[in-house]
Design a protein around this ligand. Structure first.
Ligand code: UDH
Ligand code: NGS
Length: 375
């Protein structure tokens, strides 16, 4: 039978045990021990990085806090693992209306001037340049940068983002801008892979690695607007990736498709005319969400595209990287990208923006053609 006296004794013992536990917990370092204890149950914290689908909740920034903030000395730098431990799988893509470039900058503190990044704690195995043809799409660019920077950091790539901006109002020429991007990027660094990337396509899975394959890669194979399937077998539009050797083997892209349509089909044909195959990621990984928009003013459908495509077999060696002519108007190294503004002329050829007056040796405006300037 429990007496009143023994009840008091139990109560005093209980309080005593509590005091001892509290004293233990308040000792220096208890926090570390408690955290360690809880981590046994929550394996996704710090040292243990999630691999499974949805483990990052689709947040493209979720894993980035795991990147070491300190810079390891170059001579002590190990190679990054073959498969990045930061990859999390599917990414949830939305377009928040109030997003600003300043916010994107703050979320990417390790990106340096010109939109360059290299992993701070390991030597990247791949160096990838992203080439984005651009005019009047700043709104789309902001969203692409918001998603692409953390996406590439999660893949532990060394990378740079180049915007190739067409100056003036003359008809847009996507493929020619890509040729210029290739040349301008390669003159700055020995990139081993170039991604040719529409500004309005956001990758939805970071297992879609932005590295090159043994054959030219078509990365955007499953877009939301096509019900996440290829619209037709030879489709090569949206996002593609080539090594410099692959690019030159097919003489780059055509320069003579002015306006919308056909240039991506021409590029696809060049791949096989250059003796190569098309490599593709799987449908569940090469997924993209397109930012909806209408056909732009100055990029009307090109009525000549079908006739031109019928002649690609005869024209691909005569027009491409070996004939691209342009004038660099400016090179600006912005916090999140390099902005290269170019005059690409018209169907009738390159007309310099400024009359050809004698220029000082380091003037920013320079003209290029294949014979005067090699990458
Ligand atoms: N681009 C610009 N500015 C322009 C036109 C094109 O920056 O004025 C760039 C941009 O990177 C864009 C890419 O070129 O993502 C391709 O152009 P697009 O987005 O207009 O072409 P897409 O085929 O979409 O992806 C067209 C939408 C309307 C199709 C109607 C015909 N079916
Ligand atoms: C083809 C176009 C491609 C274009 C693709 C998808 O018909 O340039 O449709 O267009 N080829 C020709 O016109 C010869 S889309 O649905 O994105 O507007 O990329």
């Amino acid at each position: 039978m429990v007496t009143l006296q023994s009840k008091w004794r139990y109560l005093v013992m209980f309080l005593g045990v509590q005091l001892v536990v509290m004293a233990l917990l308040s000792r220096e370092g208890y926090h570390r021990r408690v955290t360690y204890f809880f981590r046994i149950f929550r394996k996704t914290d710090h040292g243990l990085v999630p691999h499974s689908r949805n483990s990052t909740g689709g947040d493209v920034y979720a894993n980035l806090s795991l990147i070491a903030k300190f810079q390891v000395r170059d001579e002590d730098m190990p190679y990054c693992p073959r498969k990045s431990p930061l990859i999390g799988g599917p990414i949830h893509v939305t377009f928040p209306s109030r997003l600003t470039l300043a916010q994107v900058e703050r979320k990417n503190p390790l990106v340096v001037r010109g939109g360059r990044y290299r992993p701070p704690d390991c030597e990247a195995r791949h160096r990838t340049a992203i080439i984005i043809p651009h005019r009047n799409r700043e709104h789309h660019l902001k969203f692409l940068l918001y998603y692409l920077h953390p996406f590439l950091q999660r893949q532990q790539l060394s990378y740079g983002i180049y915007i190739i901006h067409q100056v003036g109002n003359y008809t847009f020429n996507r493929a020619k801008l890509m040729n210029i991007g290739f040349r301008e990027a390669m003159r700055e660094e020995d990139w081993d892979c170039l991604f040719f990337h529409d500004v309005d396509l956001i990758p939805e899975d970071d297992r879609n690695t932005y590295t090159c394959d043994a054959h030219p890669k078509h990365a955007a194979i499953a877009m939301d607007k096509f019900g996440y399937k290829l619209p037709y077998k030879m489709y090569f539009g949206g996002v593609s990736a080539l090594t410099p050797v692959q690019y030159l083997k097919m003489n780059g892209f055509p320069n003579n498709y002015w306006g919308w349509g056909g240039e991506d089909d021409d590029i696809g044909m060049r791949v096989s005319l250059g003796g190569m195959l098309i490599s593709r990621p799987s449908l569940n990984i090469g997924r993209y969400r397109m930012i909806k928009h209408k056909l732009d003013e100055g990029n009307e459908r090109n009525p000549k595209r079908f006739n031109m495509l019928a002649k690609t077999r005869q024209t691909w060696r005569l027009d491409g990287m070996n004939t691209v002519e342009y004038e660099v108007v400016s090179r600006e190294y912005m916090p999140l990208y390099a902005n290269i503004t170019v005059n690409i002329g018209t169907e009738d050829g390159l007309k310099p923006l400024n009359p050809p007056t004698p220029q000082p040796a380091n003037s920013p405006a320079q003209s290029f053609n294949s014979s005067s300037d090699k990458p």
